[in-house]
Design a protein around this ligand. Structure first.
Ligand SMILES: [Zn+2]
Length: 228
């Protein structure tokens, strides 16, 4: 029993850290968000709601500057104040912003947002737990392997999540009559919009694959849909 105590402690520590990150994130979001009220955007989200057979889609503004969208573990959808400002200034269109909302809805619908908390906020906990266990089995290099494994796992999970959420958004935008055009034009804009702010954005929000690859994946989908 004594032999397994460190492993048990590591697992308990990881679980506690995970619960704490979920709690901290939702408290932070509660304190720093308001409901989005914009007539033009609402006509678009209403069209998406109709396509999904939902009464309406509620969106919140998260009061931070970095340009991003976010799906909370409890299923709420957020657009950052910085992103909303880009829309108000005309740099991003209503259709483009609604494609972000569709993407985040995809994360919620596909169950990513809960797992994301494990991927990112809980990543350090997993890293620590693995390091503790592997460090005992392989002194010296155990910690190094733990770091590599955690990073690899998180990157793999988040990348496939992004492609899945993009595909969900493409289907929803098509059904709502908005189309995938705004999604693609936004991808190219995103690169420039987020670049100047890189480093300010929390690591767990920054997980999107390369622009060209995302556009290519969407075009492959469109091609398949046209043939069906
Ligand atoms: Zn995403």
């Amino acid at each position: 029993m004594l032999k397994f105590t460190p492993i048990l402690l590591a697992i308990l520590y990881a679980l506690a850290m995970y619960r704490f990150s979920v709690w901290r994130t939702s408290r932070e979001l509660d304190e720093r968000s308001t409901e989005l009220a914009d007539a033009r955007l609402k006509t678009l989200t209403d069209r998406m709601a109709e396509a999904l057979d939902l009464p309406r889609i509620k969106v919140h503004i998260y009061e931070i500057d970095p340009v991003n969208g976010l799906a909370a573990p409890d299923g709420r959808i957020f657009i950052t104040r910085g992103f909303y400002r880009k829309y108000q200034s005309g740099e991003v269109s209503a259709e483009e912003l609604s494609s972000v909302i569709a993407h985040e809805l995809g994360h919620v619908a596909l169950g990513h947002s809960r797992r994301r908390m494990i991927d990112f906020s809980g990543q350090n906990a997993l890293r620590a737990a693995l390091a503790m266990v592997l460090g005992r089995i392989l002194p010296g290099i155990g910690i190094w392997i733990a770091n590599m494994l955690t990073t690899l796992l998180a990157a793999r999970l988040s990348r496939s999540d992004e492609y899945e959420a993009d595909a969900y958004a493409a289907a929803l935008l098509t059904k709502a009559g908005i189309g995938t055009g705004p999604q693609k034009t936004l991808f190219t804009k995103l690169e420039a919009l987020t670049q100047s702010r890189a480093g300010v954005v929390p690591a767990w929000l920054m997980s999107h694959p390369k622009t060209q690859e995302r556009i290519a994946a969407l075009e492959a989908l469109e091609h398949r849909w046209q043939q069906a």
